[in-house]
Design a binder for this molecule. Structure first.
Ligand SMILES: Cc1cc2nc3c(=O)[nH]c(=O)nc-3n(C[C@H](O)[C@H](O)[C@H](O)COP(=O)(O)OP(=O)(O)OC[C@H]3O[C@@H](n4cnc5c(N)ncnc54)[C@H](O)[C@@H]3O)c2cc1C
Ligand SMILES: *[C@@H]1O[C@H](CO)[C@@H](O)[C@H](O)[C@H]1NC(C)=O
Ligand SMILES: *[C@@H]1O[C@H](CO)[C@@H](O)[C@H](O)[C@H]1NC(C)=O
Ligand SMILES: *[C@@H]1O[C@H](CO)[C@@H](O)[C@H](O)[C@H]1NC(C)=O
Ligand SMILES: *[C@@H]1O[C@H](CO)[C@@H](O)[C@H](O)[C@H]1NC(C)=O
Ligand SMILES: *[C@@H]1O[C@H](CO)[C@@H](O)[C@H](O)[C@H]1NC(C)=O
Ligand SMILES: *[C@@H]1O[C@H](CO)[C@@H](O)[C@H](O)[C@H]1NC(C)=O
Ligand SMILES: *[C@@H]1O[C@H](CO)[C@@H](O)[C@H](O)[C@H]1NC(C)=O
Ligand SMILES: *[C@@H]1O[C@H](CO)[C@@H](O)[C@H](O)[C@H]1NC(C)=O
Ligand SMILES: *[C@@H]1O[C@H](CO)[C@@H](O)[C@H](O)[C@H]1NC(C)=O
Length: 551
């Protein structure tokens, strides 16, 4: 063949083949490795290959039925610690089965469908297991996914017929009094830091940190992974007002890249790659094997605030919602972080490290007069607390084992103050709340891939859809279309240049590149092409992917 023709074919092959996930081998395809190959591979990962199953599989008739295991499944169905312990269980059930079939507790007389649960997973015990898995997936052209806790909102930690690397059991926390990133110039002074393995979860990290008298900027849910998708997407926190997002606190990461090499990435070794890892999203950049964060002193005290303002009619609701939304920029500027529901009123929990009751009273005083409005009842109160109280009572894991999905936007002061009527109307029709109320310290923002809009944002607003496990395919489809509609409505309110928090976003977001990363997307794409030229790491609406789930 003519050499130019050959070259042309070659380049066409590299342009088209790797981006099409349908060309990747999934279970059931002819190219899927034979049992004997899987056995040989299993030997290279220390026998850590697991046949992963949906969490209810052991309760269904069939080869995996197991009475004792089923009993434990029934007892623990919505236990977040149990769920994250299973290789095939996910926080939102729809990312297990939902779309493709059923395997729940209330349909055990029907066959269990494997759904989106990876067919095989490697229960990684060390970096070598991950390297061997990346190499095998690359050589066999497998649809590869990375699963840590399975908390992902966009279905990025599961995939139909896929092969998974499961990082949950890679545990380890190392404290440094004086950490200096690899490659930093001689004489660079070190700072207090901690290196966390990807399987660690926030509650365990916080408890270990308390023994060292420090905090690490992390999430408010106990079981979210401390060194996986959370930080790769940005990571909001009750401490972000003072110390920035989790990604802002990263000093260094180690990662197994698409070529199988284990690399140390920081501002000195590869500043572009480092920038992408700080907010460019889970899954896209390789398998993270550790994250080193700055640590901070434990706040001497905390103020916890409870705001509960109930309304009894649409008119009183409009007033309550409007005044509450308009106060949010002042609440965050005063140093409070919160989580709120705005249905039938405004119901929120707030926390401020090192806060005072005076500051709380002053900040929330404008809402007190709402109590005098007929048909409105209000409770606005605060109490001082300790770090232990925070660990024991404040942290929780909402919405486990449901089919909830969100459409969200980061709200700026301009939107909260000037588009309030539109927002209130939206909430009246669709419900809504805040996954996080807060204004992050943005000193590091330009050094991260996190959406620029965080600089002006005062919270992650979201509206959700949910369905029963037994919902029909038609109902699920209709709810997913509603979610797209909600995103479009939010764009109408905040504008085309608005954005959202990628980790708490709509899995069917229409204009996702712009909404998740804004102007930073093009740079992310060029880094993706360099560090993963064959697009080994793909997932729903991830940088450079061609997997774009449709409602
Ligand atoms: C109950 C609950 C509470 C939450 N609370 C908060 C909160 O307080 N603050 C906040 O910011 N967010 C919160 N979130 C959102 C959370 O940040 C995302 O769900 C995030 O994706 C979870 O990451 P994970 O690693 O735990 O989960 P997974 O679903 O296992 O992974 C998420 C994504 O990261 C990828 N990934 C995981 N591990 C690795 C790795 N080692 N290397 C490379 N890629 C990896 C996965 O492939 C996937 O794309 C919450 C979510 C839930 C369900
Ligand atoms: C992998 O090997 C181990 C140890 O021999 C075995 O227990 C396990 O079942 C194997 N995994 C699979 C999927 O066959
Ligand atoms: C199921 O587990 C519970 C709690 O561990 C136990 O009390 C019960 O006897 C078990 N039931 C069966 C059928 O094993
Ligand atoms: C999860 O696994 C850990 C480690 O094996 C164990 O200590 C813990 O009890 C498990 N939790 C649940 C709820 O199964
Ligand atoms: C709280 O106060 C302590 C002691 O004054 C200080 O070291 C710490 O940085 C403060 N933390 C925050 C989040 O303000
Ligand atoms: C804060 O407000 C509460 C309720 O109105 C009041 O009881 C308390 O004395 C106030 N505390 C301070 C320090 O202002
Ligand atoms: C508001 O409504 C909730 C739910 O009905 C109720 O539990 C709460 O006590 C009410 N609070 C006030 C201040 O009326
Ligand atoms: C609200 O709109 C007015 C008029 O355009 C503008 O001056 C003001 O800055 C806006 N508010 C915020 C918080 O941006
Ligand atoms: C309240 O508003 C909603 C949404 O606009 C509407 O569907 C509902 O009928 C209204 N309720 C009353 C009592 O007017
Ligand atoms: C990375 O290093 C460059 C040059 O040394 C510096 O300007 C920049 O602020 C550093 N960025 C981070 C995130 O430390």
């Amino acid at each position: 063949m003519h050499i130019l023709k050959q070259l042309a074919l070659l380049s066409l092959a590299t342009i088209f083949a790797p981006t099409a996930v349908s060309s990747r081998c999934t279970f059931g395809d002819e190219c899927w490795p034979e049992d004997i190959s899987w056995q040989a591979f299993n030997a290279t990962v220390g026998g850590h290959l697991i046949r992963s199953l949906p969490s209810a599989a052991v309760c269904h008739q069939g080869p995996f039925h197991n009475i004792q295991a089923c009993n434990s499944t029934e007892q623990n169905w919505d236990n977040s610690f149990w769920r994250t312990n299973q290789s095939g269980a996910y926080t939102a059930l729809l990312w297990e089965t939902g779309e493709y079939g059923q395997c729940y507790l209330d349909d055990i007389d029907k066959p269990c469908d494997q759904g989106r649960v990876p067919y095989y997973s490697v229960n990684a015990h060390n970096v070598q297991d991950i390297q061997a898995s990346v190499k095998f997936a690359r050589e066999r052209d497998l649809y590869l996914v990375i699963k840590n806790t399975g908390h992902d909102h966009l279905g990025r930690s599961s995939g139909k017929g896929s092969f998974a690397i499961w990082t949950h059991n890679l545990k380890g926390i190392d404290w440094h009094e004086s950490f200096v990133p690899e490659g930093a110039g001689v004489g660079t002074s070190g700072i207090p830091a901690v290196t966390i393995q990807p399987g660690e979860q926030w509650l365990d990290v916080y408890r270990a940190a308390a023994e060292k008298s420090v905090i690490v900027v992390g999430g408010s849910a106990r079981t979210v992974g401390a060194a996986g998708g959370y930080v790769l997407g940005g990571g909001h926190s009750p401490f972000a007002h003072y110390h920035g997002l989790a990604a802002d606190n990263v000093l260094e990461m180690t990662i197994v890249s698409a070529d199988g090499t284990h690399r140390t990435i920081n501002n000195h070794t590869d500043s572009d790659y480092f920038w992408a890892l700080r907010g460019g999203g889970g899954s896209s950049w390789g398998v993270v094997t550790s994250v080193t964060y700055k640590t901070h002193p434990i706040p001497q005290s905390f103020i916890f605030g409870l705001v509960q303002i109930n309304s009894t009619s649409n008119d009183t609701f409009k007033r309550v919602a409007k005044e509450s939304l308009q106060l949010i920029p002042k609440i965050t500027q005063a140093g409070f972080t919160g989580y709120a529901d705005i249905e039938g009123g405004f119901s929120a929990l707030f926390v401020q490290p090192n806060g005072t009751v005076e500051n709380f009273n002053r900040t929330f005083a404008p809402l007190e007069s709402l109590a005098d409005v007929p048909g409105v009842s209000a409770l606005i109160t605060s109490f001082p607390g300790s770090w232990n109280m925070y660990l024991d009572d404040f942290l929780h894991d909402p919405n486990i084992a449901t089919n909830i999905q969100d459409a969200s936007r980061l709200l700026t002061a301009d939107v909260l103050e000037n588009k309030t009527d539109e927002l209130v109307e939206f909430i009246l029709e669709n419900g809504g709340g805040f996954n996080w109320i807060g204004h992050a310290n943005n000193d590091e923002r330009d050094n991260t891939a996190v959406h620029e809009i965080w600089k002006k944002s005062h919270g992650v607003f979201s509206a959700s859809v949910d369905w029963a496990d037994s919902a029909s395919a038609a109902e699920k489809h209709q709810k997913r279309e509603l979610l797209v509609h909600l995103s479009n409505r939010l764009t109408d309110i905040v504008g085309e240049d608005g954005g959202t928090y990628v980790n708490e976003a709509n899995p069917y977001e229409p204009n996702w590149q712009q909404v998740f990363w804004g102007d930073k997307y093009q740079r992310l794409l060029s880094i993706k092409r360099r560090v993963d030229p064959t697009n080994l790491f793909v997932c729903n609406r991830c940088v450079g992917t061609n997997i774009v789930l449709q409602p």
